[in-house]
Write a protein that binds this ligand. Sequence first.
Ligand code: F6P
Length: 381
Amino acid sequence: MKKSRIGVLTGGGDCAGLNPALKWVVKTAMDERLEEERGTRYEVLGIRDGWKGLVNVEPDSPDIQGYIVPLNPDVVRTWDRYGGTFLGTSRLSPYDPKNDCSKRVIENIERLGLEAVVAIGGDGTLAITTRLSKEGVNVVGIPKTIDKDLPETDYTLGFETALNVIIEEVDRLRTTAGSHKRIFVVETMGRTAGWLALEGGESCGAYIILIPECDFSMDRVNELVTEGRRAGTRYEIIVVAEGAKPTGGTEFVKREGVDSFGHKALGGVGEFVANEIEKGTKLDTRSVVLSHLQRGGAPCAYDRRMGRYFGIAAVDLVVRKNFGRMVCVKSGRVTACPLENIYGRLNLVDVATQYDADRYNGRRTILNNITKALTQRGKKG
Ligand code: F6P
């Protein structure tokens, strides 16, 4: 029987859903019942701390456990119940222009005898995966990020669990907000994509949702808040994405500079909005930053299930030697797309069809595209 070895790693920010995906990569690759049909017996090596593990490992040294961990179905048996990643992760990019160590990664993949590498990550990790693929390395990607900003897939692991955190925390805030007649501004993650804020806000019934794809006016926010109070509301929940910004302003950052993936450290818009509301309306306002709570905790049912399907599909690609692809889900069907289709692109909220830019909230029509209808009516008249 032919033997083959595959490596698996998790890169970028952790989230719920990584461990389920790891479990199912291992279980599927090492399923003895499938060996005959495949004509191959697979072995799986877990690579610790994302690409950093492949940069730092010395394959011939007897002491490689710090970077490489042999996995098998027994080791990963319970992993799908847990958040985070048992392999560890990092934001080290081997293509960092300040310290390009991509050659070393390619060399180490060869020295470790890996036929393929399955990389589970977001835009940064998968951009690296795409570049390695262009250099001839056999790779397969699995999409994960609570930001849900990867194109070509309707889902990225971690998103639904993060939404559950948002609704849970907002439910808590509601009781204290109502008791004190306060406004609460809740800042979510999401980088330049508004999905977490939008779908989190929709799920928890937020009064106002501010997203990066649509710059907001503080006057309009205050007008909406005042209108709510006049109509008799006791409190308001406002969900704001960390990447949202006022018209004419710039993104709020926690610190200057970018990480090895070229990402800014966003944060602070929630506090800004809360201060401006208090100034403009004289209403008692507080802000809460949900921050990394959104990435923590056990995966929800959907992340366990999608982690499983993505893990299985990734191994299917390896078995078929269909490399250079990312598994994805489109219209409910798990499938795969070329990695180059996602390179340098982001999936952002389409304001025209998915957002109400007047009331800063989710759309109020789903089956009827009113804007389109109005334009058509205008043309006829
Ligand atoms: O991309 C995932 C994400 O959680 C973003 O929403 C957020 O801006 C960023 O990572 C935070 O990164 P770090 O873990 O480096 O603080």
